[in-house]
Design a protein around this ligand. Structure first.
Ligand code: UDP
Ligand code: GLC
Length: 331
């Protein structure tokens, strides 16, 4: 395919941080670096990662983030109308030069829906969330369904669980298809010398049994469950918590540290913060755990651990439940 036949896509994302939705977009946008552009509502490390990958990027706003998160109400969202309209105007102006607007997150759907009307371009929504009350307030659920049904030309679900929740919440079934996130297996093959060097850098001995958890620190990602379980495990079990609080959940990070102290596990839990060497760290683990307390929409970390060849334990819920059922049927 030459460049003139590739659709020009303006990708919209609300965050400047490196969450799973952004890492998935980073992979996708690499195939569109010549004709597409990513427009972010916030500056941050994600912008830098896009630049390193030579993907054109524009930051639409330098101000405070628009908060239409899990617990916010419709009224709070309304209070931010001014900031929202500015984003819409900028996205619509940029959109003139593209064939399609693509919204990678819920806030991007809000902005993208209005911008697509202004610049008269079709909108595709990549739904990476399970639209249920476990994850969203009622008003945000209604908003997501309304905008998807009336403004999106098509909705891409990141798993069958995400698709089903969309339909159950009132989304139109003919509008949504499942496309799983793609991975490059070779990115997850690390040389054994690198892995053993990393284990010693981390102060891990050959007799330690290393359990990794790779996720932003957030109550629904359930790091507290892993810490509690550790108190029942043999003394040579060590936990690596890889990730930091990304979306205003710093209090949870502090609670986890207190929990570790209270249980006397200070020498067996290592808080590593956000890391960009996840494949090597996963390969350095004996086990990876996934402890989300609500169904995980897709769960990149589960696939990544398997690609690294490290056993992984995850709840049979959300995105991974379908793979599990399929694997069981296949024997
Ligand atoms: N991740 C990372 N560095 C960290 C912790 C996590 O790069 O310190 C990556 C992890 O490898 C995965 C992503 O962040 O690719 C998290 O995606 P996932 O789908 O598991 O969860 P999300 O945060 O999107 O809900
Ligand atoms: C979201 C979901 C996560 C998924 C990621 C990429 O962040 O919470 O489960 O893996 O998007 O699609």
């Amino acid at each position: 395919m030459n460049d003139s036949t590739i659709m020009r896509i303006l990708f919209l994302d609300q965050s400047g941080k490196m969450g799973g939705a952004e890492l998935s977009l980073l992979d996708l946008a690499k195939d569109h670096r010549k004709t597409g552009r990513v427009a972010l509502f916030q500056d941050g490390p994600f912008r830098k990662a896009l630049e390193v990958a030579q993907i054109p990027v524009t930051v639409l706003s330098q101000g405070a983030p628009i908060d239409v998160g899990r617990d916010s109400t419709g009224w709070e969202a309304l209070q931010q109308t001014g900031a929202l309209l500015k984003l819409v105007k900028r996205a619509a102006a940029l959109g003139q030069d593209y064939d399609v607007l693509y919204a990678n997150t819920l806030k991007a759907l809000v902005v993208g829906a209005l911008a697509s009307v202004l610049c008269r371009k079709p909108l595709v929504y990549h739904l990476r969330d399970i639209l249920s009350q476990e994850h969203f307030s009622r008003s945000n659920l209604r908003l997501a369904i309304f905008l998807s049904n009336h403004f999106a030309r098509h909705v891409i679900a990141n798993s069958e669980a995400t698709r089903q929740a969309f339909i159950q919440a009132g989304g139109r079934s003919h509008k949504i298809s499942v496309i799983y996130n793609g991975f490059q297996p070779e990115d997850y093959q690390r040389p054994p010398e690198e892995i053993s060097a990393l284990r010693s850098q981390l102060g891990l001995s050959s007799t330690d049994y290393v359990v990794g958890h790779f996720s932003r620190l957030s109550p629904w990602k359930g790091q507290h469950i892993l810490i509690e379980s550790l108190s029942y495990c043999p003394k040579n079990t060590v936990v690596l918590l890889v990730g930091e609080a990304l979306f205003g959940e710093e209090d949870y990070g502090a609670q986890l540290r207190q929990q570790v102290e209270k249980l006397g596990l200070g020498d067996r839990v290592k808080f590593l913060g956000f890391r960009s060497d996840v494949p090597s760290l996963m390969a350095a683990c004996d086990l990876v755990t996934h402890t989300s307390t609500a169904p995980e929409p897709f769960g990149r970390v589960i696939i990544e651990a398997m690609l690294c060849g490290t056993p992984v334990i995850a709840a049979a819920a959300g995105g991974q439940r379908n793979w599990w059922n399929r694997a069981r049927r296949a024997g």
